[in-house]
Design a protein around this ligand. Structure first.
Ligand code: PDD
Length: 276
């Protein structure tokens, strides 16, 4: 496997992580997962823009340009002959003696490498189940931070209960999944949490909203409650890897009739068609 280390593409065998990398010590860094379809990156601009935003929000200044970085990612896809999957990339606040406070002159460390996975077609066709979990994360969920401890714990809780995703509820409001955004459909209207510090503004979420509007389907970026979730006609989650994933049951209760909904299928088809 070829990996990108800062500006260089090298063999994985020739790489190592310094024990004093702040990503390793503190989770002090930011990351992205970009999809690759048929050897081409998908929505790379949006992911790179969001990476730079996340870096800025944690006071991490980057020495390279968005354009140069995108070229390196494209080269990495080619060097790996990656057809279907994704590229994971992260930037940490670099290597320094362990101390909570940081030195702004230390160079950040970038790594990027391929992930091998395919479209989860069967699950998308049948739908999956989810559980609700309390949203006890920090209040800057808009930053794609490496600190995923609580997300990891709640995803594992979901898996232990044989569910695909854990849906976060904060003060009675449905925010997002542990690694996905969530939409409901009620009386023909799609609804998802508004963009603020309570959620990550998913690239897939943004594309879905655009596609709905372009196709004159009504979508509202509004808060909705756990009760609204259970009373919804349909529900689905979205992410780079899951695309549009129907949710048929939450906490063992059927959503709508417990089948993949019509409106979910409609946006699924629009998205898959857009991806091409
Ligand atoms: N997760 N919300 C959270 C908390 C996420 O971690 C993600 C993405 C999303 C969806 O964002 P997007 O549509 O841009 O993928 C929402 C990635 C895939 C991950 O951590 O693997």
């Amino acid at each position: 496997m070829k990996v990108l280390i800062n500006e260089d593409i090298v063999d994985r065998e020739n790489t190592s992580v310094d024990i004093e990398d702040r990503g390793y010590q503190f989770g002090d860094g930011v990351y992205e997962v970009v999809r690759v379809y048929e050897g081409k990156t998908y929505e790379l601009d949006g992911h790179v823009e969001r990476l730079f935003r996340s870096a800025k929000e944690i006071d991490l200044s980057l020495s390279f340009t968005e354009e140069g970085f995108k070229q390196n990612i494209e080269n990495l896809v080619k060097e790996n002959n990656l057809l279907d999957g994704g590229i994971y990339f992260q930037i940490t606040r670099g290597v320094a003696p362990r101390s909570h406070s940081y030195d702004r002159t230390v160079a950040p460390e970038l790594v990027a490498y391929p992930l091998y996975f395919t479209r989860p077609k069967e699950k998308q066709a049948t739908g999956v189940t989810a559980i609700t979990v309390e949203d006890l994360r920090w209040l800057r969920c808009d930053i794609k931070s490496l600190n995923l401890l609580y997300n990891v714990m709640m995803k594992q809780k979901a898996q232990d209960e044989e569910a695909f995703e854990g849906i976060f509820i904060r003060d009675g409001i449905v925010t997002e999944g542990t690694s996905t955004n969530i939409f409901i459909v009620k009386d023909g209207i799609y609804k998802t949490h508004p963009v603020n510090n309570m959620i990550l503004n998913g690239i897939t979420r943004q594309r879905i909203i655009k596609l709905l509007r372009e196709n004159n389907l009504e979508v509202e970026e509004v808060e909705f409650t756990k009760e609204d979730l259970f009373a919804a006609d349909e529900a689905f989650i979205s992410s780079t890897t899951a695309e549009v994933m129907p949710i048929c049951k939450i906490d063992d209760k059927k959503i709508g009739d417990g089948q993949v909904g019509k409106k979910t299928k409609e946006i699924y088809d629009l998205l898959i068609n857009y991806i091409g």
